[in-house]
Design a protein around this ligand. Structure first.
Ligand SMILES: Cc1cc2nc3c(=O)[nH]c(=O)nc-3n(C[C@H](O)[C@H](O)[C@H](O)COP(=O)(O)OP(=O)(O)OC[C@H]3O[C@@H](n4cnc5c(N)ncnc54)[C@H](O)[C@@H]3O)c2cc1C
Length: 570
């Protein structure tokens, strides 16, 4: 069988904000770019972003305050040079998005409106109603198409071509008919998004299965700070579907079964707008101590009724619809039920500010870049502030595209051969022909239940050990998997089996990195070590997986700067 080889200057995996922004930069200067995406671009999770995108440009605000809030929000684990870069370039990024055609909501005097978000000193989140991500994604995708970027929609990237510290393409198959192709290029960028689908209760799209991270890790390359998973305070009770922080930004109040606005106890100054880790733990604590509401007493109320119909319809129409659809509750008339939901991945593929992927603490990989949620640059450290990640995806997507333009002429194309596809083909054949007793849906359910129960917003060594053991057990049982659908036409069962393999791999990174971090920092809260320990843990985790799936841990220095370490209160 001969496998087609397509050659481009650059290949980008992922068509969310990061991928589309980078692709546009490259194609705009005449480089030939292919974006490969397992979803139609507009179905990328970026399109689900509701609340906003940060930039300090109002008179009361400053870039320095944005930096300070971000570093404090990160519990001092963010690299301050990267944070400076993010905050300094944020206003220009918003203006660029606007020039590209994004219609932001305005103030009565015509300026871009900004709403308050958690952990921010000033209203800073620019928004388009509560459809910010979709507005931006439509705009940037359209502009990428306009410059001539070639989109390979519904193609699944199964492997990276990586040899001798150089990346030179990917192996992908067409989801429609399973035909495999080799994509060969001077440079490759991963913009594959987040990975919260390994938790039972999560806010993420079904596609957020962390493929990019596991593909990279299987080549023996590191993943950074994987223990830091953000649990968002407001997922709809029972299913975790997101009610954006915009609901609290616009004035939503959190209430327990005693009718108390309980954030007075946990964050007397910032109240509902403390950072997400703080608010999530407060909610879960209220529930644990018996002050939950709802049929299962596993939620708290968010009350928006005092905002009135006009404001809700003008600013939060999508959120209202979500609560009506999933819970039958209309936020105009009554409080709705929420609890914490796994939401965002602070960790990921380690990169420097320019977007070059790290081979280890000191070396980089030629022709390999990453941006957006799959990467760790690290601007979010141990906890991301709301409205900083759409910013990250847009801004770093665009700037990493610029880096690729600068570096591409110095990279020699390493010509691909059929042998490069051998691992991906073997994986496909194995899943199609394996005849064990295990069913993917059952294994996935067990993984998700275990991760939510044992590696969630509260963790201990004991619970994490359970999770480590479970992931190992599931890994063994995965070898016995069998899929029923042996066809090659839209075989979603096959795709889910591959995705589940990815979920298992990166989940091992999450739990093994978490069990070794004997402190509480940002989103990683260890009940057995409930304070931050700067002396021993002010460092990034760099984890590696060997051929047998064993994880080993190393650490990398945090880049400190002008914002000095302080206790974090809100
Ligand atoms: C419900 C929700 C609301 C949010 N609201 C906000 C907000 O208001 N403000 C904010 O700042 N952040 C928000 N976030 C976070 C933010 O939206 C994301 O972090 C950001 O949009 C990620 O962009 P991305 O380009 O990195 O990835 P995504 O937009 O997730 O795109 C990933 C792309 O990778 C592709 N892909 C993945 N694996 C493969 C594969 N194996 N082969 C081929 N293609 C692949 C997918 O097809 C997709 O195109 C929200 C997140 C969620 C879940």
């Amino acid at each position: 069988m001969s496998i087609p080889i397509y050659t481009y200057d650059a290949i980008i995996v992922g068509a969310g904000l990061a991928g589309c922004a980078a692709a546009r930069e490259l194609q705009n200067v005449g480089k030939k770019v292919a974006v490969i995406t397992k979803l139609h671009p507009l179905r990328s999770h970026s399109g689900a972003a509701q609340g906003g995108v940060n930039a300090a440009f109002s008179d009361e605000d400053s870039v320095e305050l944005h930096e300070f809030d971000t570093v404090k929000g990160s519990d001092y684990l963010a690299d301050q040079d990267a944070v400076e870069f993010l905050c300094k370039n944020a206003p220009e990024t918003i203006r660029w998005a606007e020039r590209m055609g994004a219609a932001f909501s305005r103030t009565p005097d015509g300026k871009i409106a900004q709403r308050p978000f958690g952990g921010q000193s000033s209203p800073r989140a620019c928004f388009a109603k509560d459809r910010t991500g979709l507005t931006l994604l439509q705009t940037i995708y359209e502009q990428a198409l306009r410059t001539g970027v070639k989109f390979w929609d519904e193609w699944y990237v199964a492997d990276l071509i990586y040899k001798d510290a150089k990346a030179s393409g990917v192996i992908a198959f067409n989801i429609r008919d399973m035909k495999v192709a080799i994509f060969n290029a001077k440079s490759v960028m991963f913009a594959t998004g987040g990975y919260a689908r390994c938790f039972k209760i999560n806010s993420n799209a079904h596609a957020n299965t962390g493929d990019g991270l596991s593909i990279v890790a299987r080549h023996g390359l590191p993943l950074e700070d994987m223990e830091f998973v953000q649990f968002h305070p407001s997922g709809l009770s029972g299913n975790g579907v997101l009610i954006s922080e915009a609901a609290r930004g616009e004035g939503g109040r959190l209430i327990n079964s005693d009718g108390d606005r309980f954030m007075t106890k946990y964050a007397p100054n910032a109240m509902e707008l403390a950072s997400r880790d703080v608010v999530s733990r407060a909610i879960l604590n209220e529930i644990r101590e018996g002050r939950g509401v709802g049929p299962r007493k596993d939620a708290v109320f968010i009350d928006l009724t005092h905002l009135g119909r006009d404001l809700i319809m003008q600013r939060l129409p999508e959120l209202r619809d979500l609560a009506i659809t999933f819970l039958g509750l209309d936020m105009i008339k009554e409080p709705i039920l929420i609890s914490a939901t796994a939401h965002y991945s602070m960790g990921g593929i380690p990169v420097n500010i320019a977007g070059n992927v790290r081979k280890n603490n000191n070396e980089f990989i030629e022709g390999f870049y990453a941006a957006g949620e799959c990467s760790c640059v690290s601007v979010h450290g141990a906890n991301r502030l709301g409205a900083n990640s759409v910013l990250e995806a847009l801004l770093f997507g665009r700037y990493v595209g610029k880096t690729m333009v600068e570096e591409i002429d110095d990279i020699e194309l390493r010509v691909a051969c059929e042998d490069d596809a051998k691992t991906a083909l073997a994986e496909l054949d194995w899943i199609l022909s394996n005849n064990g007793d295990e069913i993917i849906a059952n294994l996935r359910e067990e993984l998700q239940q275990c991760m939510t129960a044992n590696a969630g917003a509260f963790r201990t060594k004991e619970t994490l050990d359970i999770a480590v053991a479970k992931v190992k057990e599931l890994r063994t049982r995965y070898q016995d998997v069998r899929i029923k659908d042996k066809s090659k036409i839209f075989n979603t069962e096959l795709q889910e089996a591959i995705e589940f393999g990815h979920m298992l791999d990166y989940s091992a990174f999450i739990v093994e990195s978490a069990v070794a971090r004997n402190e509480s920092r940002g989103a990683h809260f260890r009940e057995d070590f409930n304070t931050r320990d700067d002396e021993n843990f002010l460092k990034h985790t760099m984890a590696y997986m060997d051929k047998n799936g064993e994880i080993s841990l190393n650490y990398m220095d945090v880049i400190l700067g002008k914002h000095e370490l302080k206790a974090r209160t809100y």
